[in-house]
Design a protein around this ligand. Structure first.
Ligand SMILES: NC(=O)C1=CN([C@@H]2O[C@H](COP(=O)(O)OP(=O)(O)OC[C@H]3O[C@@H](n4cnc5c(N)ncnc54)[C@H](O)[C@@H]3O)[C@@H](O)[C@H]2O)C=CC1
Ligand SMILES: CC(=O)C(=O)O
Ligand SMILES: [Mg+2]
Length: 439
């Protein structure tokens, strides 16, 4: 028997002698190979175990699980988890203490009565909170769940794994504590009011996966009303990394970006910000397509040109970026020889890079490679280090240039696990940080 996949079966078994043996026998009789067994929970009447089993293929998994379910007698298969599911069990983040309490002296220093002195100091001089609390190193990751990746409006709780993921990246790459905030409203007034009322615990606000068009108003108002950095990642984090990838491709291909014709498919949060950033950089012929009339109006107001048909946009553009959330929207026959194609939708791109290259593209990448993970950690680290009150266009442009400078010749972007890129983005942003607003 050839085993090709490993799954973990989370099974609740009534505490009766022989019950676990029944489950193990079924797995064995059906050809599954049992590995580690972990007891997750011992209840009054049942025990929940995580049984690691090797299977031949997906059909084999289903066959074995069906047989276990057929045992009855209160035996319940709660979940069949894979590597990704396993990585999410119990959540991916945990707030932990930086000061262990090992003695009464520690307790009195870290907590009462010692802490009262620090409260008084901050009360008399609020700026001391920068030194005596974690506020200046903590960023709220705020979502209303309306545009979770390209999965649409699936709500903030379903979006929590993405927010936890952003927190993992903040911590690992730049040592920032990211705290997910899930809002059960997408009304701009309520979102703005809620964030305003909680913002004092945070050094910055990362807006994440908030859909268009309300994301524009929410970001604009929060930036005006708060004196800490606020950035909608899907707009500006994405625009920074996209500009960097395009600059690297142009450098390799010897193309002058200012003179290139650039087409953007999808003019939502990510798409409109990408267009604005490219035009800010000097792209003169910026085309855009969307199904939504208001989205197209926003591009016109920003100085871009709307092209109604995606086919025509593909035909006219030297560089194409897509952020629609629609898998497979770009067909191979639409690709023009020598084009640069960035199909950035997650979890699935508008065209697979291999298909685009096969169809003649000179460069092609998807949203796994060209991803805002290369931007947002360093942008916030730099802004917090500089105690900036806002994230400005010069800071974003500096971040994009730092990403280009961190890219190996021939590559489009650096490896996200290369610590240099996050250090370089941090330093570049910190250097140019200052007051200002995104427009
Ligand atoms: N690689 C990366 O770093 C990032 C990727 N994205 C991806 O971009 C996608 C969009 O995200 P957002 O801009 O936040 O969402 P959004 O909902 O704000 O924008 C999507 C836009 O695409 C348009 N659209 C949908 N179907 C279309 C079609 N068939 N033709 C033309 N336009 C169409 C919609 O009308 C909307 O304006 C998602 O899949 C997301 O995962 C977003 C941010 C970062
Ligand atoms: C990467 C990201 O932020 C997105 O796909 O929404
Ligand atoms: Mg996002």
């Amino acid at each position: 028997m050839e085993y090709s996949i490993l799954r973990n079966l989370i099974i609740e078994i009534p505490q009766m002698p022989g019950n676990f043996a029944k489950v193990a026998s079924v797995i064995g009789a059906e050809g599954g190979d049992i590995g580690d067994i972990e007891t997750l929970k011992i209840g009054t009447h049942t025990t929940v175990r995580d049984i690691s089993v090797q299977f031949e293929n997906k059909e084999h998994v289903e066959r074995v699980v069906d047989k276990i379910r057929a045992l009855g007698d209160g035996i319940v298969v709660h979940a069949i988890s894979d590597d990704v599911m396993k990585a999410h069990e119990g959540g991916k983040i945990h707030m932990s203490s930086r000061r262990p309490v090992r003695s009464l002296g520690d307790l009195r220093r870290v907590y009462t009565p010692g802490v009262a002195n620090i409260c008084e100091i901050i009360h008399q001089d609020p700026e001391q909170a920068d030194y005596f609390t974690s506020i200046g190193n903590t960023v709220a990751i705020v979502t209303d769940g309306t545009a979770i990746l390209g999965l649409g409006n699936i709500g903030p709780v379903a979006g929590m794994p993405v927010m936890e993921g952003k927190a993992v990246l903040f911590d690992q790459f730049v040592g920032i504590s990211g705290v997910p905030i899930l809002l059960d409203t997408s009304d701009p007034d309520e979102v703005v009011e809620t964030v305003k009322h909680i913002h004092q615990a945070y050094g910055g606000i990362l807006l994440e996966d908030i859909g268009s068009p309300h994301c524009f108003e929410i970001e604009e108002r929060l930036k005006k009303e708060l004196d800490i950095p606020v950035m909608h990642d899907d707009q500006h984090g994405t625009a920074v990394v996209t500009l960097a990838a395009i600059l690297s491709a142009c450098r390799t291909a010897g193309v002058d970006l200012g003179k290139a014709k650039v087409g953007q498919i999808g003019l939502g949060a990510a798409g409109l910000a990408i267009c604005k950033m490219l035009m800010e950089y000097g792209v003169e012929e910026m085309y855009g397509s969307d199904l939504n009339a208001a989205a197209k109006d926003r591009l016109r107001e920003s100085g871009g040109t709307v092209i109604e048909s995606i086919n025509e946009l593909m035909e006219k553009s030297d560089i194409v970026v897509a952020t629609t959330g629609v898998q497979g929207l770009i067909k191979k026959e639409m690709v023009r020889e020598g084009q640069i194609i960035l199909a950035l939708s997650n979890p699935n791109p508008e065209i697979a890079p291999d298909d685009a290259l096969e169809a003649g593209a000179a460069f092609a990448a998807d949203g796994r490679l060209v991803n805002n993970v290369l931007g947002f950690p360093g942008i916030f680290r730099g802004a917090l280090n500089a105690r900036a009150k806002a994230i400005t266009y010069p800071m974003l442009l500096a971040a994009a240039e730092a990403i280009v400078d961190s890219t190996k010749p021939g590559d489009l972007v650096p490896h996200p696990l290369d610590p240099n890129v996050h250090v370089n983005v941090t330093e570049a942003v910190e250097r140019v940080a200052g007051d200002g607003q995104l427009d």
